[in-house]
Design a protein around this ligand. Structure first.
Ligand code: NCD
Length: 652
């Protein structure tokens, strides 16, 4: 028996849509053979280990049943308190050891990000059976499988997800998956247990889906008279309910007819993940048959990952629309299918999602620590260094670092440069510098002035800044760029404009508008964050759909080239997504010095500068965006890199 390839399923996003469809095809055939009582030996000789650090009934037993049904064997640690974990063994050590006894590990753990750590350390594939409040991908497979069976499709469903949306890991994986299938998701948080920002941030990069949030009270009135309920998009995440189609970011068509609800997905309060204050707050909702009585809900199925507590009335059990026991039963054929799919992958090179940008290496000690008390990095510190990537905070006075394990945002107020040993209070204008310091491996971050100074850093101030281009000159340079592009680029039907986040992306949208005015063509436009990993390539301005790189001519846009490293990185990120027919580079300002052999095809303006000078482009963000409320005038300024506060302290 060949060992399984190292295909971990930590997130539902580790499986492509095509792979999910294949798993369902296999599940259908296993469901039929289970029905016939046929004996199977597909997994003969394989051993699966189940390591459960948290209670489980359905997930563990259905995984184990699935493996037995496939003719494989199971070794199980159903209660890790009875294992060496109770003696303080780390997760990494446990999975390395168990990986020598089994071909496949299924793990459930109370910490956010634990499954990823297990996957990194185990020599064999790891399947996430629930990690803290993060994800539960195999439950989502069961949920989708039943939805597809009941509704005949997965695309474009309208699903109300009710309950504890903050800590409910089944909900998070389900949202990621439904968004991918273009669903209209109606989030109904109980007691303010809202979908966390990090989940919304992740789905925001998906194509076309809708997500609206309504309160429990609104749901009640919906249950009483859904036909009359029709909310309008007057607040963020509060969009029209049940519109037939809701493009992300745009207002739904005003006269769209309300669509029917396909499913209610209920969840229990995840009390074990809350502090006492949270779990005592408010009253949790209870769902009963009344909600299914309206013309817009009578076709809806009622789902629940189980176990239920008080949120779901027993009276519903005999209703044919109650499908939660079918979801639980699907655990066996679906998990059989997942194991069989893993077997099918042996020897096959899978198309992997683009590798995320490497974690930031911090200079200065101590390195930052994740602020989420439930994060695995806080509990397995003996071997697990905190890992962060760069985020974008809504607050311009803090630098957002995103924890690689749990995706929570850490807000940093003070940043420093390790070579010059200067520190600054962060503001948005430093973002570009911070990116280049990360490239150099020179970023230091501090919680306070005291911490910075104790680490041997001194305060830093920028040299005086002088304006070198005003708004009119910026507009002229943009026009010059657009004219060059319009004249040189081939058929615009094959062109995609890609702007490097953040100013390159603003510029890309402007150039697209100018090109449209000049040629009538409106090529798709996307933003690329070279530090943002997989989710960092997203359509701009309603371009919609999946962005193709292969065979396209990419017009890569950035505001200014200083060293050229960012452009180099952007090209690498593009190539991970496909092989473009050509890449043309457009920059607003070229300062003339370079660390890599890169030369722009189109330049708005050449501004030769001294090496210690930095050119900074400020562009007014489009109206209607959060950033657009800030009063920023188009301008280009230049200032010197380093100026010490102390006489003669020496600048790097
Ligand atoms: C869920 C879980 O463990 O996250 N249970 C399950 O696997 N079906 C849901 C829950 O415990 O609420």
């Amino acid at each position: 028996m060949a060992r399984l390839g190292k295909n971990d399923v930590v997130s539902i996003e580790d499986l492509t849509t095509v792979e999910i469809e294949r798993i369902f095809e296999l599940a259908d055939s296993f469901a039929a053979s289970l029905e016939r009582g046929a004996a199977l030996d597909r997994a003969h000789g394989l051993i699966m280990a189940t390591l459960f650090y948290e209670p489980s009934t359905r997930t563990r037993l259905s995984f184990e049943s699935a493996m037995h049904r496939l003719g494989g064997a199971v070794i199980s640690s159903a209660d890790m308190q009875a294992s060496s974990a109770a003696k303080g063994e780390t997760l990494a050590d446990t999975v390395r050891v168990v990986g020598a006894y089994a071909d496949l590990i299924v793990v459930r753990h109370p910490r956010d990000g634990a499954a990823r750590v297990a996957a990194e350390y185990a020599p064999c594939p790891v399947l996430n059976a629930g990690d803290g409040s993060r994800e539960h991908p195999t439950q989502t497979l069961c949920d989708l499988y039943i939805l597809r069976r009941k509704k005949g499709r997965l695309h474009g469903l309208t699903v109300a997800i009710c309950g504890d949306l903050k800590f409910g890991r089944t909900v998070h994986s389900l949202i990621y998956a439904l968004a991918r299938f273009g669903a209209n998701i109606v989030a109904v948080p109980y007691n303010g247990m809202n979908v966390p920002g990090y989940v919304l941030d992740r789905v925001a990069a998906q194509g076309k889906y809708g997500l609206s949030t309504v309160t429990m009270e609104e749901l009640r009135s919906l249950a009483g008279g859904i036909d009359a309920l029709y909310l309008t998009p007057n607040a963020p995440h509060q969009m029209a309910l049940f519109t037939a189609e809701m493009p992300l970011g745009g207002a739904p068509p005003a006269a769209a007819p309300p669509a029917a609800l396909d499913a209610f997905y209920l969840t229990r309060l995840q009390r074990e993940r809350m502090d006492d204050k949270e779990s005592a707050a408010g009253k949790y909702g209870r769902f009963d048959a009344r909600a299914l009585k309206t013309s817009r809900t009578h076709e809806a199925v009622v789902m629940h990952p189980l176990p239920r507590t008080d949120e779901l009335a027993y009276e519903l059990d005999s209703d044919p629309r109650a499908v939660y026991f079918e979801q639980a039963a699907a655990g066996v054929p679906v998990r059989m299918a997942l194991i069989a799919w893993l077997l099918e992958q042996n020897g096959i090179e899978r198309a992997r999602p683009a590798a995320p940008a490497p974690a930031i290496r911090f200079k200065a000690h101590p390195a930052p620590r994740c602020s989420n008390p439930g994060c695995i990095s806080r509990h397995e510190g003996a071997y697990l260094a905190p890992r962060f990537r760069l985020g974008r905070s809504a607050d311009p006075t803090v630098l957002a670092l995103i924890c690689e394990f749990c995706e929570r945002e850490l807000k940093i107020e003070f940043v420093g440069h390790a070579r010059t040993r200067r520190y600054y209070r962060f503001d948005e204008n430093l973002y570009g510098y911070v990116r280049s310091w990360i490239e150099e491996g020179a970023l230091a971050v501090f919680e306070s002035v005291k911490q910075a100074e104790e680490s041997g850093y001194e305060p830093y101030r920028r040299g005086p800044q002088r304006e070198i281009m005003n708004a009119e000159e910026v507009a002229a340079a943009c026009r010059a760029l657009a004219t060059q592009m319009a004249a040189d680029l081939p058929d615009f039907a094959a062109v995609t404009i890609v702007g490097v986040v953040s100013h390159g992306a603003l510029l890309a949208m402007r150039l697209r508008d100018l090109i449209e005015a000049e040629t009538g063509a409106r090529p798709p436009c996307a933003a690329l964050d070279v530090f943002g990993g997989e989710a960092a390539f997203h359509p701009l301005d309603g371009a919609g759909g999946r962005l193709e790189v292969g065979e396209r001519t990419i017009a890569l846009v950035d505001d200014v080239i200083n060293s050229g490293w960012t452009v180099q990185r952007a090209m690498a990120a593009l190539w991970q997504r496909g092989r473009p027919a050509a890449v043309k580079l457009a920059v607003l300002i070229d300062c003339g010095h370079r660390a890599v052999p890169i030369r722009p095809n189109y330049v708005g303006k050449h501004i030769p500068t001294a090496r210690a000078e930095r050119v900074q482009v400020r562009l007014t963000p489009p109206a209607g965006t959060a950033a657009g409320r800030a009063k920023v005038q188009d301008r280009v300024v230049v200032y010197s890199m380093v100026e010490s506060l102390k006489e003669g302290a020496g600048a790097g």
